[in-house]
Ligand binder design. Structure first.
Ligand SMILES: Nc1nc2c(ncn2[C@@H]2O[C@H](COP(=O)(O)OP(=O)(O)OP(=O)(O)O)[C@@H](O)[C@H]2O)c(=O)[nH]1
Ligand SMILES: [Mg+2]
Length: 192
């Protein structure tokens, strides 16, 4: 039997998915600009560096630090990708980190969400890509562009834990050297 031709709906959906993927990738490039590999050697990576020695409490004088604040332009950036199945709490995590009130209920992210957090020596850009099934397809396109992956899991959603694990393994297959932090979220009722 001859194969059935693809219906117009399937073609339209395929086209829409391809366009969405390209738009996400272009926005990512426009937002962050540079790739991870081009920014520094692995040997010099910030997470492998010696931790700075913190001053003892009685040595610390806030006046010593006056005038030493780097300007925004001098700050380096670290890029963190925040992924996890839909509803695990990624957007809530980003909102709480940036001091905003979490939204009521689950408002799915239909693209990406980002937050820039300044620290003393550098800025951290956190980027969430929505966890719905059609967006998961694009996750792997971003793992090579970031410094760290935060993979969030809804600890209360036991049924979908194997799916979450499978998705994480797919990402690690794409970049086995990527530093990963797995966050077991929703261990408490709402904390805000
Ligand atoms: N109990 C509890 N609920 C949480 C916690 N974090 C998030 N939630 C709730 O989980 C639901 C989904 O949260 P979101 O932050 O929208 O989930 P998401 O991972 O961004 O989902 P997608 O954008 O669809 O991928 C919301 O109703 C949140 O209020 C938590 O630590 N504990
Ligand atoms: Mg979200």
């Amino acid at each position: 039997m001859a194969p059935r031709p693809l219906g117009p709906l399937v073609l339209a959906l395929g086209g829409a998915a391809a366009v969405l993927g390209s738009v996400l990738f272009i926005l990512w490039k426009a937002y962050f600009g540079r790739g991870r590999e081009r920014r520094w050697d692995r040997g010099e990576a910030w997470w492998g560096a010696e931790p700075a020695r913190l001053p003892q409490w009685d040595e610390w004088d806030p006046e010593d630090e006056e005038g030493e604040e780097p300007t925004l332009e001098e700050l380096e950036q670290r890029e963190v990708l925040v992924l996890g199945l839909d509803g695990c709490g990624k957007s809530t995590f980003l909102r709480v980190l940036s001091g905003k009130t979490p939204l009521e209920g689950h408002v799915p992210t239909w693209g990406f969400n980002s937050v820039r957090l300044p620290t003393k020596d550098f800025e951290v850009d956190l980027l969430e890509i929505g966890g719905s099934q059609n967006l998961r397809f694009y996750w792997k396109e971003f793992v090579n562009e970031v410094d760290v992956l935060v993979f969030m899991v809804d600890s209360a959603d036991r049924l979908r834990l194997p799916w979450a694990r499978q998705e994480l393994h797919k990402l690690l297959d794409k970049d086995p050297d990527l530093p990963v932090v797995v966050v077991a979220n929703k261990q408490v009722s709402k904390f805000w």
